[in-house]
Design a protein around this ligand. Structure first.
Ligand SMILES: [Zn+2]
Length: 340
């Protein structure tokens, strides 16, 4: 249905130049959309490819018109029944309340496991966990919220795990921190409580190393997990000075938190909610399709377009896919978990 409306919209836009004297009773009225600053125009949740101010032809009927501002990263929306040409000037009154998304950030002080050199521990101090938490909150402020045009507002709880947590060894000899190991320690993690749990632990400490070829891992179908919650583990190589390493990531490859979180909502969750999402990448993961869609390392534009529904379709470059502000406003993952 949405596709046919869009196809119709774009067909109309092509004809717009020779149709400027359309009558008020036309079956495809014109909406003139403007906002306090330049913004991207959405129609019924889909990015149109147009920016304000612009005139667009739409079908008669109920529509949701949205504008996501380029500079201040705000979202305005109006639901209206359109019968005839109409001016839509977005103002502060059109700003919806953001959808609250809840994260639990778990700082793990000590992980243990059996390595080739024996059973050993890798330990973070309180100050090092503070640095990791600050890095996460920086990402919330610079990426999670603005990439959603502030249609999400993140409430973050932090807990530090002070007892040693035993790592799991996978069949490919990777050390991982599995949800089971933490739900025993943190019984608050249950369906409907959080949208996502982030776990932060130290990859190696002196001669004790749990190195393996990944930085972060995410569980990609949260609503099919017992906790019905997004789950992300970040195995951080703190080196001699954790702050130096965090600063390096901030400058060179700042997307680790948002990347892993997007796996939890961008592989199955929003697809199941009916959003048009990008195709899968070569390894079967949607979030890893960045290159296929012509984005480049460190992929920040990809995360931003993925979250705002502004990824250009491969087959039809005048249509766009991705999550988008309307999808964020509709329902959070934990609300979906409660509905199930
Ligand atoms: Zn990934």
């Amino acid at each position: 249905m949405k596709n046919s409306i869009l196809a119709y919209l774009f067909a109309c836009l092509l004809l717009q130049a020779c149709d400027s004297n359309s009558e008020k009773t036309s079956s495809s009225p014109t909406i003139s959309v403007s906002a306090p600053e330049k913004g991207f125009i959405y129609l019924d949740g889909q990015f149109t490819g147009y920016s304000t101010p612009a005139d667009l032809k739409v079908t008669q009927g109920d529509h949701v018109v949205g504008v996501a501002t380029e500079g201040s990263k705000e979202y305005f929306r109006r639901e209206l029944h359109i019968d005839e040409n109409v001016d839509i000037k977005m103002t502060a009154a059109d700003k919806p309340a953001p959808k609250v998304w809840k994260a639990l950030w778990l700082g793990v002080q000590e992980v243990t496991g059996s390595t080739q050199s024996g059973h050993c521990s890798s330990v973070f101090s309180k100050e090092e966990l503070d640095a990791g938490y600050d890095f996460f909150m920086w990402s919330i402020e610079k990426q999670f919220e603005p990439f959603s045009f502030h249609t999400t507002k993140w409430e973050v709880e932090r807990k530090d795990i002070t007892v040693p947590v035993e790592l799991h060894k996978t069949s490919s000899n990777w050390f991982t921190l599995e949800p089971d190991a933490l739900t025993e320690l943190v019984p608050e993690i249950k369906p409907g409580a959080y949208d996502v749990v982030f776990v932060f632990w130290r990859e190696s400490d002196g001669t004790c190393s749990f190195k393996s070829p990944y930085f972060g891992l995410a569980w990609t179908d949260p609503l099919n997990e017992p906790i019905k919650t997004g789950y992300v583990t970040i195995k951080f190589d703190a080196g001699d000075n954790i702050q130096d390493n965090i600063n390096w990531y901030k400058e060179n490859d700042p997307g680790v938190w948002v990347h892993e979180w997007l796996h939890t909502v961008g592989e199955t969750y929003f697809q199941n909610r009916g959003e048009r999402m990008p195709e899968k990448g070569g390894d079967g993961l949607v979030l890893h399709a960045a290159e296929k869609y012509h984005y480049t390392y460190p992929w920040m534009d990809w995360y931003s377009d993925f979250m705002s529904g502004q990824v250009k379709d491969l087959a039809s470059p005048s249509t766009y896919c991705g999550i988008g502000p309307e999808a964020f406003l509709q329902m959070s993952l934990r609300e979906s978990a409660l509905q199930q």
